[in-house]
Every structure is written in C-alpha cells, then in structure tokens.
Design a protein around this ligand. Structure first.
Ligand SMILES: [Zn+2]
Length: 372
C-alpha cells in the first residue's frame, strides 16, 4: 500500500457516512489526508504484513433503526453497525489483493477502463484530420479547461495520471497507431504490471508465491493444459497454500486474538503453522515421506545442473517451485512444470485430504453424517 493509495482512499471517503467509535469522521480524514497519509500507510502496511487487524478497527457503534409498528417493541428495530472510517480503508485495500491478477494475468478493471479510453482517444487522434471526430478532439483538447466535463478532458486527465505525454502534442504531428500504442497504452500496462508486483511485496500472505506476472497469461501454477478432473481437483488446495489463504489452526488463533488454541489438532505437538503442516507434523509423516523424498530427488536433479541446489529452501520450493526459475523460457522452467510441480501438487493434495479426513472435515464424510 503506497502513500498515494492511502491519500486517494482518504480523499474518496463518502462524506455522508456516519462516524465510528473513534469519533474521527470522513470529513476531517479527507481534509487532513496529505498530512496523515504517510503515518497511516505505515500502520496499514504493518497490519497487512503481520496479519493482525487492530481491535479498534473491528469495534462498531451499533445504532438501532426503527422499522415500523410498536416503537416500544425491540423487534421493530434494525441494528446498523458503524465501523471506524479507517477500517474501511484497510478493508477496501485488502479486497484489492493482487493475488487474483497474478494468477489470472488480468489487469484490474479500472486499468482496463483507462486503456479502453486511451485506445479510443488514440484511434481518433490517428484518424484523418478532416474527420469530425478529429476536429472535435482538436477543439476540445486545445480550448477546454481541466474543469470541463468534456470526454476529451477526462481522457487528458488519465494521461496526466500515468504521466504520459499531453495528447495535445499529438494533434500537430502525424501519429500512427503503433506510436500511440508504444508511447501511451503500453506505458499504462507497464505502470500496472509494476504496481501489482510491488503490492505483492506488501502482502505477507503472498510471500511464497513466485513473482511471475505475465499480462494475458495465467500464472504457471494454474496453467494446466488438461481437462482431467483428477488433476483439476488438486488445484484449489495448491493455490490456497501458494497464496497464503489455506486456513490452519495458527491463523484461526491469530484472527481470534488467541481465543482459539493454535496447537495442531492432529499431533497435538506445536503450533499448526504452514511449515508444520507441510514438513513436520508427525501424524502426516506416513503420507508425506515417500512423495517428499521424490520431490527432493527431482529438485536435486533439476537444480544441480544450474549450481543452484545449495540455495534451495524446501518449504519455499513446495509452496511454489517457480520461485527458483529465472524466466519462463529456460530448461528449469520446463522441468518444473512437467515434473516437479505435479509432484508438489500431488503432495499438497494428499496432505490436505488426509488432514481433512482425520479432522472430520471431509465434505463426503460430512454429507454421510448429515444423512444418518
Ligand atoms: Zn501436527
């Protein structure tokens, strides 16, 4: 989360909304945004990195709103919870978790809209100067002020947002669509590409996901060219583990401010963290051992050729083996996607299904129990 993001969220706060228990309303936050944004950015990033949500942000002011009927009957009131404005900012940011873009290779919707507008502006500016559209663009871009509601001025503001060339400069020169794409559209894509990868670094949950973000292409962890249901069903736990959203006992304890015991419910020996689940939980040893040995052998073979074998961290490798390849065209990438990643995926699926079965969380078991 950057200072610019926080400043933008503060300025965009809905002024008509009520104030939470902290008595700091949207108006004052918006007015002071330039001054308070740096300090708030530090606090928000600390919260995201540590995975701790301050309890002040979770405490709501509850107001009873009268519906209809007898005003003395409490059932005729609807409770409305008003959270502090600052908690809404952090919530909105977390909802923008970059994992979805990294995995899908897509851009956020506001980036797509900006690209569409700039592409259309480019089509107009590259058209013949005798066309009506070009003449309107010429007039509006040169005459209208920044306060104007003109579509062309909105498009111009988008150019400024991304620090692109002022579109007025293209009016007096002959512009080709290729030049426009290179100097305008591609720069917006590069801006977002960099922003998504930067944001990934601020999300503690994404620390084990490899920083591969190729626009228009899925992340290699989810790029599977098969319709085999046996392989597809292994994807959800694999993706959850790589993106840090696989729920274990330690996360439950953290979320509930330690009101829940973080101890592993399988072996009752130590906190159930991700590394405990993947590598050290003794209850899962029998399932894990054979396939883990296979993974270690495969990794040794693949990475020995590149002399990188000593720098490999087993836990990181299992979470996402693509952390250990430089680009998607080398031999290592090929070996990972064909041999190593299927083995990792298999192991994660085995551990996941065994854990669920032992804890009685298996959906088939739960359905059977419900029927009985
Ligand atoms: Zn355990």
């Amino acid at each position: 989360m950057s200072i610019l993001d926080v400043n933008m969220y503060l300025k965009k706060l809905d002024k008509s909304k009520a104030t939470g228990l902290d008595d700091v309303g949207p108006n004052i936050l918006s007015m002071c945004s330039d001054v308070i944004a740096p300090a708030l950015t530090y606090i928000f990033n600390l919260s995201i990195k540590s995975g701790k949500f301050p309890s002040i942000f979770k405490t709501a002011r509850v107001c009873p709103i009268f519906k209809s009927g007898d005003a003395c009957n409490p059932d005729n009131y609807r409770p409305i919870a008003v959270l502090p404005c600052l908690s809404k900012i952090i919530e909105r940011h977390i909802a923008n978790n970059p994992a979805i873009y990294l995995l899908s290779g897509l851009l956020p919707i506001n980036a797509e809209i900006d690209i569409k507008i700039i592409t259309l502006l480019g089509n107009i500016l590259c058209s013949d100067k005798s066309t009506v559209e070009w003449k309107i663009a010429n007039r509006q871009l040169k005459i209208k002020s920044c306060k104007s509601n003109s579509w062309f001025i909105d498009a111009k503001k988008i150019c400024f947002k991304y620090q692109l060339t002022d579109p007025v400069e293209f009016l007096d020169t002959i512009t080709t669509k290729e030049t426009w794409k290179r100097s305008m559209v591609n720069k917006i894509k590069t801006y977002w590409h960099r922003k998504i990868l930067d944001e990934k670094e601020h999300f503690n949950s994404l620390q084990y996901l490899s920083p591969i973000y190729s626009l228009g292409h899925c992340h290699p962890l989810v790029s599977i060219s098969t319709s085999d249901p046996k392989i597809i069903q292994k994807l959800p736990p694999r993706v959850k583990i790589a993106t840090g959203v696989y729920i274990l006992q330690s996360q439950r304890a953290k979320y509930n401010s330690n009101a829940v015991d973080p101890t592993c419910q399988l072996c009752k020996n130590g906190e159930e963290t991700l590394s405990h689940f993947l590598l050290t939980c003794v209850t899962l040893d029998a399932v894990r051992k054979p396939i883990l040995e296979k993974i270690v052998r495969t990794a040794g073979r693949i990475f020995s050729e590149s002399n990188r074998v000593n720098n490999i961290e087993l836990f990181r490798l299992i979470c996402d083996p693509y952390n250990y390849c430089k680009n998607n065209s080398d031999q290592i990438f090929d070996n990972i996607s064909k041999i190593l990643e299927p083995q990792c995926r298999k192991m994660l699926h085995l551990l996941h299904t065994t854990r669920y079965r032992l804890l009685g969380l298996d959906t088939k078991q739960l359905k059977k129990r419900r029927k009985v």
